[in-house]
Design a protein around this ligand. Structure first.
Ligand code: FMN
Length: 440
């Protein structure tokens, strides 16, 4: 267990923030969270019915062709029935070898009809209950150094050797890098996947570039030679070119990205880090990249930090680490505050491009005033939840209706969902949804 007890009241939250020297704005004006938001992309507009986002959460329960199964349909019905207006569908591999798990979603000619049915079921669930249209985004991924397409067999695809991550993940010094030619061809796979996503009715596609996976690793590939490494222009090339290709070749969906703006991995192996001290964020390149993505035309951005396999206290502050790990000796509130303050700075660098972050689950029932505070004060335009979407999918509805979350339903940041993931079992909440999810 972490040595840091949960906070029980907003007063306690405020005094702990003061003691630790951090700021997080609170507000009890929950009306800001129910305000619709129009997003514009090329000559089209979409209306988000409110400010809540279901962040992508992998279920690892696909069928043999990567298609959603009944458990996946149930997950998205719960998400859509819980009141969030933007549903960001989980990491979906663009190629079989790009999967981090043998049951990760994978979009292809055999699975595409089930994805279409999933999108439709999700949309109609929200429509029936709330009368509005959700906005749906499909996250497209290549798992890079965390690829594990066959159960129990790691098959990393790396963009550069890392003096930090290779040792952590037992990658030998002579392990080959993905070549520039292979990366060129991989762009085609993203375009194909985006075409399938468009066929399924998704409103947008996310060219996922976060959490240590391949595209995120490329952003920090300072030591790589060739057109995809070294300079800022080269390191951002894959993401930029893929976004532009999808924009131009698949005009019926909008393109966006879930973007890691701070890897917290030592230079020269991480993006957005101070070259002398990786524990400090350097916002220069991330802000430059966000400006470029805006010029490409993304209508919104999902901002994130950290690597769940390496520094989960940055990415998803927790009360209890995963099984077998030692809790990092940092107050989880520092993790939450770091995350929302970084999102604030990125959001305020492009104030009229809607953005949002994550990482607040550890706050449990104190989430509502934080969500309202962040949006009201312009620290973010929307509010995203990951683990609470598993534990408490109705939380957006409860916040919008009652301004509170039920303390008996909230995520306890116990890492049980990540334990399931590491055990290669379908993921969900082992505390609040225990009839469906149990640790092996
Ligand atoms: C079990 C599990 C699955 C996840 N799956 C994804 C995913 O598919 N794509 C992604 O970008 N992030 C994924 N995440 C990260 C979450 O979206 C989110 O960023 C993280 O849990 C921190 O936010 P929270 O405090 O609201 O949970 C996952 C996290 C967990 C615990």
């Amino acid at each position: 267990m972490s040595n840091f007890p949960f906070l029980k009241s907003y007063e306690e939250l405020q005094s702990e923030l003061q003691r630790l020297g951090f700021e997080i704005p609170l507000s009890d004006d929950f009306s800001v969270l129910s305000e619709p938001l129009e997003i514009c992309y090329r000559d089209k507009k979409w209306m988000l019915p409110n400010r809540f986002v279901v962040q992508p959460m992998e279920g690892f329960d696909s069928g043999q062709n990567g298609e959603p199964t009944e458990l996946g349909f149930r997950r998205y019905e719960r998400f859509a029935g819980g009141g969030a207006g933007l549903i960001w569908f989980e990491a979906t591999a663009v190629l079989p070898e790009a999967r981090s798990n043998s049951q990760q979603f994978w979009i292809n000619e055999k699975s595409v009809d089930r994805f279409a049915a999933l999108e439709e079921r999700t949309r109609s669930t929200a429509k029936k209950r709330f009368g509005y249209d959700i906005v749906s985004v499909l996250q497209l991924t290549h798992s890079g150094r965390y690829s594990k397409p066959t159960r129990g067999v790691r098959a990393p695809v790396i963009a550069q050797h890392s003096g930090v991550l290779d040792a952590a993940h037992q990658i030998p010094a002579d392990y080959p890098l993905i070549t520039d030619d292979e990366l060129n061809r991989l762009q085609d796979a993203y375009v194909h996947a985006a075409k399938w996503a468009a066929k399924c009715g998704f409103d947008g596609v996310d060219i996922k570039s976060c959490h240590g996976y391949l595209l995120n690793e490329l952003l920090g590939a300072f030591t790589r030679d060739g057109k995809y490494g070294g300079s800022f222009e080269n390191r951002t090339r894959f993401l930029r070119e893929t976004l532009i290709r999808v924009r131009d070749e698949v005009p019926s969906v909008f393109v966006t990205s879930r973007l890691s703006v701070y890897d917290a991995v030592k230079y020269p192996w991480g993006f957005g880090v101070d070259q002398n001290d990786y524990k400090k964020w350097d916002s220069t390149e991330p802000k430059q990249l966000v400006k470029i993505l805006r010029e490409i035309g993304v209508p919104l951005l999902d901002i994130t930090i950290g690597n769940p396999y390496f520094n989960p206290h940055f990415n998803r502050p927790y009360a209890k680490p995963i099984r077998g790990a030692v809790a990092y000796d940092e107050h989880p509130l520092i993790g939450v505050a770091r995350f929302v303050n970084i999102v604030k700075e990125i959001q305020q660098s492009q104030p009229d491009l809607p953005m949002f972050g994550a990482g607040t689950a550890w706050l449990r029932q104190l989430v509502p005033k934080v969500a309202a505070g962040l949006v009201k004060n312009g620290w973010a335009t929307l509010f995203g939840q990951g683990r609470n979407s598993f534990a408490y999918p109705e939380s957006p509805y409860d916040i919008l209706q009652h301004g509170e979350m039920n303390s008996k339903q909230v995520c306890m940041a116990c890492s049980g969902c990540t334990d399931l993931m590491r055990a290669e079992s379908p993921t969900g909440c082992i505390l609040r949804d225990r009839d469906y999810y149990r640790l092996p």
